[in-house]
Design a protein around this ligand. Structure first.
Ligand SMILES: [Fe+2]
Length: 387
């Protein structure tokens, strides 16, 4: 068996109704909290109940909302505003962007310095890992950020980027995963972030850095995603399917933090910096052509037989009948293609990506941990199919 290191995971409170324990958990840390929330969730009824509970417990909350993705300036502004009052913890309630914002704020409060100095590929300084406690409460089933050690911050425009603030200590202290909260997530966002979770599980499963433990968790997450995503599309109020996807997304975060990701996320980090395209949409649009490209290269070269076996195992999840290796791979390719169409995942051109951008995107894209190295022509073909 290959040696492995398995990182910390948060204390996880999982299940319908677990959000009700948030105020009690906050009170274990102290009486002053920084609260960051997605704009749409702040009008969701359970949120008002939570604020009343904080009030009854005499906990003071400094409240911030986030629309879109967090920039370094957004994080610096909150840190500048709250640091002097020494908050006991940070709570983020929202999608992956909100959780990443909260994670970065909790990491920057002790030092009070500009976060850009510590971003991978942008800053030159190493963070020492000191932070204040952080509680992540996802309201989407997607990025799995509630279980990861990095916060992605974005700067948009031609010089734009999407870069991570990363440290092993930045894994949230507590994750409250209440599938009921995902009912507040609009249908098109639900499907796009669901495709992100599926992509993360598939890429972690087939990663060159996968281990026996991430394999177990990734396949478990994939089997829940395969069952749950189509049900949610047909019936967004189905709480059992929502629970399956929240579980899959949580596992996607745990597995990506430990195994890494593949070429879809390599593309997504470049495209997300250049264009205002939501991360889930980028992953959803690229998943099918990138998976086909990986499988084609693996089959024709015969390299990395483990990865081809794993793609086959995922293909088998889509059928109740036992399938041959060849049919498993074909079914996986076909189903992912169908999902992109049926779930109405927008094409990348919707967000301004054109053929003339392809060369630059290919040049900047990392394939670290992808199960096979794709040539430039294959990368270009994947992008063309997703335009
Ligand atoms: Fe992702």
């Amino acid at each position: 068996m290959k040696s492995f290191v398995f990182a910390n995971i948060p204390r996880i409170h999982f299940g319908v109704g677990s959000f009700a324990s948030l105020a009690d958990i906050v009170s274990q840390f102290g009486t002053r909290v920084v609260l960051i929330c997605g704009r749409s969730f702040s009008s969701f009824p359970p949120f008002n109940g939570f604020l009343e509970q904080l009030h009854r417990k005499e906990i003071t909350a400094e409240f911030f909302t986030l629309t879109g993705e967090p920039s370094p300036q957004y994080v610096d502004q909150i840190v500048g505003q709250v640091s002097k009052r020494h908050p006991a913890c940070v709570v983020a309630i929202g999608g992956g962007s909100v959780i990443d914002a909260g994670k970065a704020v909790s990491a920057m409060i002790p030092a009070g310095e500009a976060v850009g100095d510590f971003l991978e590929g942008i800053g030159t300084r190493q963070h020492d890992g000191q932070k204040i406690p952080f509680i992540a409460v996802p309201t989407t089933a997607g990025t799995g950020s509630e279980a990861t050690k990095n916060a992605v911050l974005s700067e948009n425009g031609p010089e734009g980027y999407k870069k991570s603030l990363r440290h092993d200590h930045f894994v949230p202290d507590v994750a409250i995963v209440d599938p009921e909260l995902t009912l507040s997530c609009p249908p098109e966002v639900t499907m796009a972030v669901g495709m992100d979770a599926f992509t993360q599980l598939l890429e972690a499963f087939t990663s060159t850095n996968a281990s026996v433990i991430t394999d177990l968790l990734a396949l478990e997450g994939l089997s829940h995603a395969v069952r749950s995503l189509p049900v949610i599309f047909e019936d967004p109020g189905n709480l059992e399917a929502r629970t399956g996807m929240s579980y899959a997304a949580l596992l996607s975060g745990i597995t990506l933090a430990n195994a890494g990701l593949g070429v879809v996320h390599g593309f997504a980090s470049v495209i997300g910096g250049m264009f205002p395209a939501p991360h889930g949409v980028v992953c959803g649009a690229l998943l099918s052509p990138a998976t086909r490209a990986n499988i084609q290269k693996l089959v024709t070269t015969g390299e990395n037989p483990d990865a081809i076996q794993k793609y086959g195992n995922v293909g088998q999840l889509f059928s109740t009948e036992p399938l041959s290796s060849e049919n498993r791979l074909e079914l996986l390719g076909n189903r992912l293609h169908d999902w992109t169409r049926i779930f109405r995942i927008p094409k990348l051109s919707t967000y301004g990506v054109t053929r003339s951008d392809i060369d630059l995107i290919v040049e900047k894209t990392s394939q670290k941990n992808n199960p096979v190295k794709l040539e430039s022509f294959a990368l270009r073909k994947v992008l063309e199919e997703a335009l």
